[in-house]
Design a protein around this ligand. Sequence first.
Ligand SMILES: C[S@@+](CC[C@H](N)C(=O)[O-])C[C@H]1O[C@@H](n2cnc3c(N)ncnc32)[C@H](O)[C@@H]1O
Ligand SMILES: [Zn+2]
Length: 169
Amino acid sequence: MTNVEVKPSPIEGMGVFAARPFRAGQRIRRVNIVREITDGAPIREDAGERIEHCGYPDGKVVLWGFPDRHVNHRCDPNAYGLYDGSDIYVVARRDIAAGEEITFDYNVNTSGGSSWPCNCGAERCCGESVGEFFTLPKEHQREYRPLLANWFVRRYHHQHQVEALDAEL
Ligand SMILES: C[S@@+](CC[C@H](N)C(=O)[O-])C[C@H]1O[C@@H](n2cnc3c(N)ncnc32)[C@H](O)[C@@H]1O
Ligand SMILES: [Zn+2]
């Protein structure tokens, strides 16, 4: 875990911080996926598992482990999740300096999620994280288009939402 460290964040609770500089496009680390959450193996709050530490790739629910579960949301993030087979990598979206908090926009590759007030402090903060890619401001959607996972594009093609976005590019 030498690439990152977990400590209190000005955004919320604990956050993940760069322990060294990263270049744009660089893979920072492979996400620690603990397990898939299913009806037969639900979240175990008694064992410290939390629903807010889950991701939702392609209709599945997967529990993220330490330290990745502490990545906070920012409306102008410096990193994103790259889906590569069954792995997810934390990848730098731009150059990241040592000590900078590593953030994702949780709305990338997300639809039908929950919304809550955002405290990210970005100049372009939307005021809330809505849990929905397709209601983000159009310029954010355009900017994030290259970050969409193949499974997400496939899943939402039938609603013509990705085509509509591509037509505008
Ligand atoms: C995966 S956790 C992120 C790590 C969390 N800060 C911690 O201490 O474990 C996701 C939760 O963190 C909080 N959070 C993340 N980003 C936030 C933001 N920009 N503004 C407010 N709360 C945020 C929300 O409560 C969200 O449900
Ligand atoms: Zn924000």
